[in-house]
Design a protein. Structure first.
Length: 217
């Protein structure tokens, strides 16, 4: 299935991760007209010349349900994230030409966030609550005590590792780092991490069991 633009964008959020060089994280939520859409993505516009308003635009796209797939005709929430690494906000469009905003387009509307460069981590739009998109729940087949190398480490994707290393300074693939931050990590796994959709409950439970059972290597 070819990805298509989603129906409407509800919110665009931008955060600037305090790293060197900074990373710009974009998080958008929106709605599709039926259930069954997957893999929400932000597809950047490519410009031959810098746009006059200094705004980088994205299409919010996702993979529609397949031909014979049974779907419900209901507005269904979807989210997507994008990252701009090596952010130089002040010279994004070339020397002296700053990035002034991010605009995300759906079919029926678009949402723009103004960028106000700051030294510190900035959350320009704070009105949203944590988003969670749980795609499926896998059955538990192993109730033994999980180990870090075999069971916990593979739950963290490479992008989780690189983003969290840059933002919070811990390495999610490193046993000692995860052990010493286990409580913080567990708290966020239950609320809003990873930023693009919570783990299936089964994996969150697995992390909790590992933490409670003395965090074996
Ligand atoms: C399983 C994967 C992840 C875990 C366990 C995790 C965990 C955490 C924790 C514990 C913090 C707080 C750090 C502190 O207090 O210093 C945090 C902050 C943050 N994380 Fe993640 N993270 C994950 C993936 C991601 C991803 C994929 C993104 C986005 C691309 C992301 C974006 C952020 C941002 C922007 C912050 C700082 C702002 C805030 O505290 O909300 N994280 N994360």
């Amino acid at each position: 299935m070819i990805a298509s633009k989603i129906y409407a964008v509800d919110q665009t959020q931008v955060r600037i991760a305090k790293s060197k060089p900074p990373i710009l994280l974009i998080h958008a939520t929106g709605r599709t007209t039926t259930s069954g859409w997957t893999d929400g993505q932000l597809s950047p516009y490519v410009y031959l010349f810098p746009p006059e308003d200094g705004v980088q635009e994205y299409d919010f796209i996702a993979t529609p349900p397949g031909p014979g797939q049974i779907v419900q005709q209901v507005l269904t929430p979807i989210s997507a994230t994008a990252e701009i690494p090596d952010m130089d906000i002040l010279n994004y469009w070339g020397e002296g030409n700053p990035l002034k905003g991010i605009r995300v387009h759906g079919i029926s509307n678009n949402k723009t966030v103004d960028i106000v460069p700051k030294e510190e981590t900035t959350r320009i739009d704070t009105s949203s609550s944590p988003q969670s998109v749980v795609s499926h729940v896998t059955p538990t087949d192993n109730q033994d005590v999980p180990g870090f190398g075999d069971d916990i480490k593979p739950l963290f994707r490479d992008r989780d590792v690189s983003v969290m290393q840059a933002i919070a300074g811990f390495n999610l693939h490193n046993y000692d780092d995860v052990k010493s931050n286990a409580d913080r990590i567990f708290e966020r796994l239950q609320t809003d991490m990873p930023c693009d959709g919570l783990w299936p409950q089964n994996d969150i439970d697995k992390f909790e069991r590992w933490k409670d059972e003395g965090m074996p290597q």
